[in-house]
Each structure stands twice: as structure tokens, then as C-alpha cells.
Design a protein around this ligand. Structure first.
Ligand code: ADP
Ligand code: ZN
Ligand code: ZN
Length: 733
């Protein structure tokens, strides 16, 4: 009896809530879920992922189109990963096909084969190894390159080399090859491995306790929060646990925030672990990314270190997930598929039945609440590992100070003392550019962005004004366009502070660390190197300075403006400001020098600021959690934000009103809607923006309501006049 071929359900990219049905042509092998197929969609051919092959469809067979081609012999997404992705699509209310598409490396999305490519690797030869020891300094770049290659016995690719400062190694590389000291070979990706891992320092008792607590729980799901002040040895705890999991023959996934993924961290891992370490971040080329992905999938990579999207990397022997700096907001994707990698990681650990460790000096209030509920264990490192004392912090009342371009006399004096004693100073200001406002001193005209409710920031270096919200920019007008008067900067950005300091401390070199100063490839590493080497005695920077760098000689940290986070309409602003202050403060006094932290504020009496300075982050968190509880805000409630924007001023509001009406018609149990309200910055990039907040004390209740409500939003009157999106567990409100 001839059997009817099964239906092939395929998740394709596009705004489809579910997988689409296709016919399996006669004679074509039936693919398993997780395999890629090529199918027709409208007038295009697309690559989709098979989710199921049921016997029948709800649609008549005559209306179904056939699968054009099966692309894989085996699934590229295994059942566990497919389950995680399906859960994520459901939870964040994003089309499954889009979610699966994003989880695949670009080359696989394009339908290319799931096979590792080859690349040219440069390796040191035995002769080169001998030379590395006594190469004279006549050719310093060649000598430096030999050193690098000597420490990387597995070889380095050209791309890897270019990412190591100062880059541009082609010349010296050619010279070394001509001498026969370096050879190159075309091979497929082998994740780099160190020949002989070096042992770390013996652990302190609290570190041992943390390692043991997690080690005891390696055989099933459990979640641990490792709260350790900066420099308390969290990374050492990770390294010990990772080695234990590797020894048991399993893989480890380590998620890190974008910026922390410095070569330094990767080098530290590679130098210490007896297993290949694969790195996945947004800087990889398409080929490199696929190779890294495949090395994780094939089990060749013992450790996978990656940023946000690595939470969806395939692996074969799951052992442990670590999320470093778990409070970092870069784990949340801010557009499209708005997932939070930390939260997805916890779900992944639960599905794979393995432990997960979240680490931070300043844990998110969400994670602390989970500790209080008994869902996470709390592991603590309260002292610094290297023997350095905890820095002393104090509030500096700006109302009693004379200011020189935003820096108080009190802070300047303190800097002088530290510089004279041979220390370095780190100043933090979360505003780049020269001045946030360009103003006419004669008539009060200010340079507004024509497309946003915002002012243009004046950038002195290239003489332009820029909107930091939409990217609009133009040359700085030489005179006031309204009255012809003289223009000047109002307020300070990092560029202006750096200039003021150079004037104040002539002969002391000042570095700047922000998005502008690090745009060029390799620039970030070179600024960091100049701080570590002591060439820069003062560093001024934005939040980029807060992230995981080790600056052993910094003895004074100045927070130039603590007030930004105190009075924001965003209920998370205070939490973020406290985390930033503590993280920046943590750069001070690491190597046996007592550190000092000076926080400039106009509100030294502000209760949260006082609690932070007097009681530290834990006291702050306790107070902030109490406030959130009283207000019924996360983590004591779940929220989702429906955002809408349009060029017409009323359209977002009208759509959101209709959406609110639709929600109320469902009469959802214990779910409230707040708004619609204009967004914090109502007009941005020429569009008016508004939002509706949906809130419930019960997460399941919220998701029940979303499940019914969201699929019908597109049919509401006015839906076509706006761009709308849903942000589940929105971080910025
Ligand atoms: P964190 O990740 O918490 O910032 P690290 O693990 O990077 O801390 O440790 C900070 C510094 O202290 C590093 O230089 C590290 O080598 C050192 N360190 C960590 N643990 C120990 C230890 N048990 N004994 C001596 N030094 C340690
Ligand atoms: Zn004017
Ligand atoms: Zn703008």
C-alpha cells in the first residue's frame, strides 16, 4: 500500500506566528526537526528550519507547496536547542522563524553547508622559537610578533593577529616567514589550546566554599549567585569550576557583556585551562562565526566564551553555564527579538538539567530577589583577593564648591595629591563629546536636533554637532544662526573634561575612553594598554571604564555627576547608577594601594545615594528592593511594554488606546495596563513615540494575557499607521 508522504512544518523567517506546512515530494528523504530546508515563500526561495513532520495538515494538500531541497543530512539544531528556541519565541512573543533564523550563523541562514572552512594560520617554527629568546631589539615589531606566536603554539590567523595591538603585522610577518622563523598553513579551524596550562594561586577559603557549593551540584539544575566585590577573585572561582567540569568530560558556556570581551580575559582563560577555548562575539567574520559554532556543536570546544547571542550556541556535552557581570544590560537585546540572555541562560540550564552560576559585584535586583525567594543560592566573596583594601568612598557636595568645567576644586586637590604620590586617577562621566549643549550667549539659541526632542552635542575634535539619539550631524555653526552672536558650550562631556585636565595638570598625560576615542579598530586596546603601562596618568571615560578592566595603579576614582540617575522617570535608573558607581569605584586600589572614591553630587542628602556610600551595594539593594516592592514594580511584578511610533503625532497614542481597549475586553485576571504615555523622549529620529505598560504580580497571568492579546494587535484599527513592538521584561521604560 503506498503511503502518503508526511507534511513538513517549516519555520521560515518572516512575521509568521507558527511554522508553515509544506509537502514532501516523493523520493525526497524526510528531514528530522532541526534540519534546514529550502522552500518557496511568495515569489522568493527561503531557508527554513523543520520543526515537525506530521502525517496531515489542516490545509488541503492541493494548496501546499513542496519542499524544494533538504539542506542538511543531520539537524543543525538539536532537540534541546530547538525546545529552548521555541520557548524563547513564545516567551518574548517573537515569530519562531525569526528566532530560529537569528540562532543560526549567517552562512547557515544563507543555506551554505554546515561544514568548517579552512583558513591560513601562522605558526612559529623551532628555529623561530630559539630566536624568540634572543632576538635583538633591532626589529622590535618582529620580536613582538615572535613572542605572540611563541605563546600561541596552535598558531594565529591573520584576523586574530590584526586584533592584537598595534595590529598591522603584515610587514613583520613577511620578514619572519622569509627567515624561516614562521610558517603558515591552510587548515580548518582547531580551537586554540594552550600547551601547558599554568596553575593559578591557591584559593582563599571563601573562594573554595563557592567552588565546593557549585561542584556539589554539578549533576542537575541549580542556580547560584556569586556576589563578590570587584577583584575578590570571582574569575578564579570560574576557572576552578570550569576545570572541574572539563575534567568530567563536559563543556562550559561562559557569557560575558560585549565590552568585557577583551583579549585579556580570553588570554587568561586560554593560559589556565587544559582545553580548547572558542570565542564568539559580534566582531567575528561570517566564516569565523560558523567555525566557532561548529566547534561547539561538535564538542571540540571545551569552553565557549561569548556575548549575548552565544546563549543559543549548540553543544553536545552540556556541563555548566556561567554568566559574568550578570547585571549588565547588554545581555538584553534592544530591538527585534528582545530576549535577555541571562534569563534565557537560566531556562537553558533548567532544560539541560545543569547548574548555572551568575556572577557580579553588583547583582541585578531581579537576581537578589530570587536569592531572597530561595530560588538561587547566594555565594559571597566580601574581600579583595590580592590583599588590597576596600576603597573609601565619600560624597562631595557640589553646592559648596567652585567648579572648573564640571570638576570641583576639592576633587582637583585630591587628584594632585594622588598624582604626586605616583597614583593614577580615573574620572567617570557618562556623557561623551565636548558639551551636551551648544548655546548662544547673546540670545539663548540652542542647537536642537531637528528630528528628536534632544539637543545636539558639540564635538570639539572634529568641529561638528551630533545628536546622540538619531545620529543626525552637521558642522558646528561658526556664529549663532539667530542673531549672529558667539556660540559656546554649556555643560561638559568627556572631551571637555580631558581638555580641562590637560590645562590643569600640564605635563601629565590624560587619556580618554569613550565611543569616540575608540572608534578605530584596535584603539580600545591601545588606550587600555596606555593606562596599564602608566603612560596615561589620568583617564576620563564613560561607562566603558566600568567594565572589568584591571588598572592596578589607579588610586583615585572620581564620579563627576552622580545625579543623573537620581530623578529619572525610569524606575531602574537608580539601580543602574548605583551599579555604575560601584563598578567604577572598583577600579581603585587594586594592588595593595588604598583606593579613594570621590562622588560629586548636588544631592548629598539623597537617601539612596547615602545608603550606597555608607552601607555599600548590599544596603542600597535592600533599600531599592523595598521601594520596588512598595510600588509593585519588578522584580515584584512582571511587565511588558507595548511601544508604538509614527511620524504622525497622534497615531501611536490612538493605536495604544485601541490596544488597551482590546486588553480590557479580554478581562484578564490580575493584569493592569498603564498608559498610553509618551516615551521618555517623545520624538526621536522624526517619529513620535508612546508606550503602554502591562503589568501583573503573576508572571503566568501576564503571559496568559499576552498570548491572547498580542496575536490580534496587528488587526486593530490604526495598527497599520504605526510601527509597534512588544518588549517582554523591558529594561528601559
Ligand atoms: P574578579 O573576577 O572578582 O574581579 P579576579 O579573579 O580577577 O577577581 O581576581 C582579582 C585579582 O586577584 C587577580 O589579579 C587574581 O589573580 C588575584 N587573585 C584571585 N584569587 C586569588 C587568590 N586566591 N590568591 C591570590 N590572588 C588571587
Ligand atoms: Zn544668538
Ligand atoms: Zn536626533
Amino acid at each position: 500500500m503506498p503511503t502518503t508522504p508526511p507534511i513538513c512544518q517549516v519555520a521560515v523567517p518572516g512575521p509568521f506566528a507558527e511554522a508553515l506546512d509544506y509537502l514532501m515530494p516523493d523520493g525526497m528523504p524526510v528531514p528530522a526537526p532541526g534540519q534546514r530546508v529550502r522552500v518557496g515563500l511568495g515569489r522568493r526561495e527561503v531557508v527554513g528550519v523543520v520543526t515537525a513532520t506530521p502525517a496531515s495538515s489542516n490545509l488541503p494538500r492541493a494548496r501546499l507547496r513542496p519542499v524544494t531541497q533538504v539542506l542538511d543530512e543531520a539537524p543543525v539544531l538539536d532537540p534541546n536547542l530547538l525546545r529552548l528556541l521555541t520557548w524563547s519565541a513564545e516567551y518574548y512573543r517573537h515569530p519562531l522563524g525569526e528566532v530560529l533564523h537569528q540562532a543560526l550563523p549567517v552562512l547557515l541562514r544563507q543555506g551554505r553547508p554546515a561544514r568548517a572552512g579552512t583558513r591560513r594560520y601562522y605558526r612559529i617554527t623551532a628555529q623561530g622559537r630559539r630566536q624568540a629568546r634572543d632576538e635583538p631589539a633591532r626589529a622590535p615589531r618582529q620580536a613582538a610578533l615572535l613572542q605572540l606566536l611563541r605563546d600561541a603554539p596552535e598558531g594565529l590567523s591573520a584576523t586574530e593577529l590584526e586584533s592584537i595591538p598595534p595590529g598591522r603585522w603584515q610587514g613583520p610577518l613577511r620578514a619572519l616567514q622569509e627567515k624561516g622563523w614562521v610558517r603558515s598553513r591552510e587548515t580548518s579551524r582547531v580551537p586554540p589550546r594552550t600547551a601547558v596550562p599554568k596553575p593559578g594561586p591557591p584559593l582563599h577559603p571563601p573562594q573554595t566554599a563557592a567552588v565546593e557549593a557549585v561542584s556539589r551540584a554539578l549533576d542537575g539544575f541549580s542556580c547560584h549567585l556569586l556576589q563578590g566585590v570587584t577583584g575578590s577573585g570571582k574569575t578564579e572561582v570560574y576557572l576552578h569550576l570550569i576545570q572541574a567540569v572539563l575534567d568530567a568530560g563536559r563543556q562550559v558556556l561562559v557569557l560575558v557583556p560585549e565590552i568585557a570581551l577583551t583579549p585579556q580575559l580570553v588570554r587568561r582563560f586560554r593560559g589556565r585551562l587544559a582545553a580548547p577555548v572558542t570565542v564568539m562575539h559580534s566582531g567575528l567574520g561570517d566564516r569565523e562565526r560558523l567555525d566557532a559554532w561548529l566547534s561547539a556543536q561538535g564538542g571540540r570546544a571545551g569552553v565557549i566564551i561569548g556575548t549575548r547571542s552565544a546563549v543559543f550556541v549548540p553543544w553536545v556535552r552540556p556541563g555548566l553555564i556561567i554568566v559574568d557581570e550578570e547585571h549588565d544590560t547588554s545581555f538584553k537585546q534592544h530591538e527585534g527579538f528582545r530576549y535577555h540572555a541571562r534569563d534565557v541562560a537560566v531556562m537553558r540550564a533548567r532544560m539541560e538539567d545543569i547548574p548555572i552560576l551568575l556572577g557580579s559585584a553588583t547583582p541585578s535586583l531581579e537576581s537578589l530577589a530570587n536569592v531572597a525567594r530561595g530560588q538561587y543560592t547566594h555565594l559571597r566573596l566580601t574581600e579583595r583577593a590580592g590583599g588590597a583594601g576596600t576603597p573609601r568612598a565619600e560624597l562631595l557636595d557640589l553646592r559648596r564648591q567652585t567648579l572648573d568645567e564640571g570638576i570641583s576644586t576639592g576633587l582637583l586637590k585630591r587628584m594632585e595629591t594622588h598624582l604626586e604620590a605616583g597614583g593614577q586617577c580615573l574620572l567617570f562621566l557618562n556623557r561623551r563629546g565636548y558639551a551636551p549643549t551648544l548655546i548662544c550667549h547673546a540670545c539663548g539659541w540652542v542647537a536642537d536636533c531637528p528630528r528628536c526632542d534632544a539637543r545636539m552635542t558639540w564635538h570639539h575634535g572634529d568641529g561638528r554637532i551630533r545628536c546622540h539619539h538619531c545620529g543626525h550631524e552637521r558642522p558646528r555653526p561658526p556664529r549663532c544662526p539667530a542673531c549672529g552672536g558667539t556660540l559656546g558650550g554649556l555643560g561638559e562631556g568627556t572631551e571637555r573634561i580631558a581638555q580641562a585636565l590637560e590645562r590643569h595638570f600640564p605635563g601629565v598625560s590624560t587619556g580618554r575612553l569613550d565611543r569616540d576615542s575608540t572608534r578605530r579598530k584596535g584603539a580600545l586596546e591601545s588606550v587600555l594598554e596606555d593606562v596599564r603601562s602608566g603612560r596615561f596618568r589620568i583617564l576620563v571615560g564613560t561607562q566603558m571604564v566600568a567594565k572589568g578592566h584591571h588598572f592596578p595603579d589607579v588610586s583615585l576614582v572620581g564620579i563627576l555627576d552622580a545625579d543623573q540617575g537620581l530623578f529619572s522617570a525610569d524606575f531602574r535608573a537608580a539601580e543602574r547608577m548605583a551599579q555604575l558607581i560601584i563598578q567604577v569605584a572598583g577600579r581603585a586600589g587594586r594592588a595593595g594601594r588604598p583606593g579613594e572614591v570621590v562622588i560629586q553630587t548636588h544631592h548629598p542628602e539623597h537617601p539612596l545615594l547615602r545608603t550606597l556610600v555608607e552601607g555599600g551595594y548590599e544596603a542600597f539593594a535592600e533599600a531599592a528592593l523595598a521601594e520596588r516592592k512598595a510600588a509593585g514594580l519588578p522584580p515584584f511584578a512582571s511587565i511588558a511594554l507595548l511601544r508604538a511610533e509614527a511620524t504622525a503625532a497622534r497615531a501611536p497614542h490612538d493605536f495604544l488606546e485601541a490596544a488597551r481597549g482590546a486588553l480590557e475586553a479580554l478581562q484578564p485576571d490580575s493584569v493592569q495596563a498603564w498608559g498610553p504615555a509618551p516615551a521618555l523622549m517623545e520624538r526621536r529620529a522624526g517619529r513620535y513615540r508612546a508606550q503602554l505598560m502591562i503589568q501583573s504580580e503573576s508572571r503566568p497571568a501576564l503571559h496568559r494575557a499576552l498570548r491572547q492579546w498580542v496575536p490580534n494587535l496587528g488587526k486593530l484599527p490604526g495598527a497599520r499607521k504605526v510601527r509597534w513592538s512588544l518588549d517582554v521584561d523591558a529594561l528601559e521604560v
